[in-house]
Design a protein around this ligand. Structure first.
Ligand code: NAD
Length: 513
């Protein structure tokens, strides 16, 4: 099988057969058990990473805390300069890192490149932000006083990330956190540990070039037990966790129990509403990319198409036809549209979901199944599948992280479609396909979509870094990336300054001695 230059990419990224999973920059340690990373692309062992031991974790946090004391006092635009250099290094290594993301996670090479581009974009955003960490000035009720609001660095930011965006999610957090004066400790997904080694090697280079202390960027590796060390640790004031709702409920409670802050970016159950006024060509592209891109493993993947009954049969036909064009295979080969899912557990979840949908009365429109034979040796390639279903089915209410698309019919006006769309526990991404201005604006209004992301005439998946990213309800409520998401990485301080010789009290309270 062609190797697509993986070996050279790994070499250039400094990823070895065995890697220390704990690092504070240039210094790394590795005494814990090994996590082996197998590629879902061809089932081959790519390399191994050591699990962080409690002793190693302790040293990481102590080093990070010490680094924070220096870093918080570095002028923000100078911190931004470090982020700028990191963005430039990512530009140089874009192809290598994109390839590793594709090979370790299984998304297409194009999407791997897109993920690294997102890292570059958020670095650019953070560089600009480093000169714009603005506070307010506020009028005081007392004579000769003024008030202001400032934003100060928070401390050690813990990042827990999911396998499906193995590098971008880390950078959404770190690029902002570094500009804000924080230091970061990252626990990557145990399903994609090698990407964390590659990223840490890149930032370590920038830190070294600038004579910056160990601890500004740290990684720890392992499963949920390593994540728990961070969620229970009072020295970590903010934990930003991306992953399943199940994980978010545990992490959210653990951090709240010690009154820490958390940013939770959890699962979605995203729908596109297709009204009688939809442009069908756009609908098909939006829906199919949304449903099968990244093999249905994006938090914003399209899981439900809610289609008006008048156009239901027509939409059903064009979408099913488009599925016949899909090429499934090695994601590094750019002629393929759909790569593998992450592992065999994920294949099993996909099969179970199809079975459950059928048992609840779902009708298979495009058949699923696991692919076998040459090119599919990893056992992780599945056929994107379409099922006609009801919104109320238990399985439709859940997020199955696989390429399964449910078609759901609505009748009457768009309010009925909205009731279905909002009628799930998750609230991440949503879209409406319509050329009807009234429908579009209603969808975006207070009585419209209840999701963190609501799009008109584009699909649910694929966001730009300029906007705040995240969702409502069981999606967790956190926001990352653009807009004013940076505020979560800082502490707010209100100042009142008296420039007179009197000391009047607020609310006119008299106190004479
Ligand atoms: P997962 O929940 O299995 O794991 C995510 C991370 O959490 C991993 O690093 C894991 O080790 C860690 N973890 C699990 N239990 C933990 C615990 N008790 N304490 C501390 N850490 C713990 O998720 P996954 O399978 O890697 O990713 C898929 C999920 O992520 C999907 O639900 C997807 O929708 C979601 N996701 C959401 C977003 C978003 O921005 N909303 C982005 C990407 C992925």
């Amino acid at each position: 099988q062609k190797d697509f230059g993986i070996k050279e990419a790994l070499e250039r990224l400094g990823v070895k057969a065995q890697n220390n999973g704990t690092s504070t920059g240039s210094n790394s340690e590795g005494n814990g058990a090994l996590i082996e990373s197998y590629s879902p692309v061809d089932g081959e062992l790519i390399g191994a990473v050591t699990t962080t031991t409690p002793e190693e974790y302790e040293r990481v946090i102590e080093t990070a805390q010490a680094a924070f004391k220096t870093w918080r006092d570095v002028p923000a635009p100078v911190r931004g300069e470090m982020v700028r250099q990191f963005g430039n290094l990512l530009r140089e290594r874009k192809e290598d890192l994109g390839k590793l993301v594709s090979y370790e996670m299984g998304k297409s090479y194009q999407e791997g490149l897109g993920e690294v581009q997102e890292m570059i974009d958020i670095c650019d955003f953070a560089v600009g932000l480093s000169r714009q960490l603005h506070g307010l000035t506020i009028k005081s009720e007392r004579p000769g006083h003024h008030m202001q609001e400032q934003w100060h660095p928070l401390g050690v930011v813990g990042i827990i990330s999911a396998f499906n965006f193995p590098v971008a999610v880390w950078s959404w957090n770190t690029a902002l956190a570094w500009a804000c004066g924080d230091v970061c400790v990252w626990k990557a997904s145990e399903k994609t540990p090698l990407t964390s080694i590659a990223c840490q090697n890149l930032i370590a280079q920038v830190l070294k070039d600038n004579n910056l202390p160990e601890g500004i960027s740290c990684i720890v590796n392992g499963d949920y037990k390593v994540g728990e060390m961070m969620t229970k640790d009072e020295r970590v004031p903010l934990v930003s966790a991306t992953g399943s709702i199940r994980m978010g409920k545990i992490v959210g409670q653990a951090v709240a129990a010690r009154l820490g802050k958390s940013i939770l970016e959890l699962g979605g159950n995203n729908a596109i509403i297709v009204t009688p006024d939809a442009d069908l060509k756009m609908t098909v592209i939006g829906a199919v990319f949304g449903a099968v891109g990244t093999a249905g493993q994006r938090c914003t993947s399209t899981r439900r198409l809610i289609i008006h009954e008048d156009i239901y049969d027509e939409v059903k036909k064009v979408v099913a036809d488009a599925y016949t064009q899909l090429r499934i295979g090695n994601p590094l080969d750019e002629k393929n549209h759909v790569g593998p899912v992450i592992d065999k557990d994920s294949v099993q979840n996909y099969l179970n979901a199809i079975k459950k949908a059928e048992s609840e009365g779902g009708k298979i429109l495009v058949e699923g199944g696991v692919l076998e034979g040459a090119g599919y040796e990893s056992g992780c390639y599945v056929k994107p599948c379409i099922i006609e279903a009801e919104n109320e089915f238990e399985i439709v209410q859940e997020e199955t992280f696989a390429p399964i698309l449910y078609l759901i019919k609505y009748s009457g006006d768009v309010h009925n479609a909205l009731a279905k769309q909002n009628g799930v526990k998750q609230g991440l991404s949503s879209a409406i396909m319509t050329n009807n201005m009234r429908e579009a604006h209603l969808f975006l209004s207070a009585i419209g979509s209840d999701c963190g992301i609501a799009n008109v005439n584009i699909g649910t998946s694929g966001a730009e870094i300029g906007g705040a990213f995240g969702g409502e309800k069981e999606t967790g409520g956190g926001r990352e990336s653009g807009s004013d998401a940076w505020k979560a990485y800082m502490r707010r301080q209100t100042n009142t300054i008296n420039y007179t010789t009197d000391i009047p009290l607020a609310q006119g309270i008299k106190f004479d001695i």
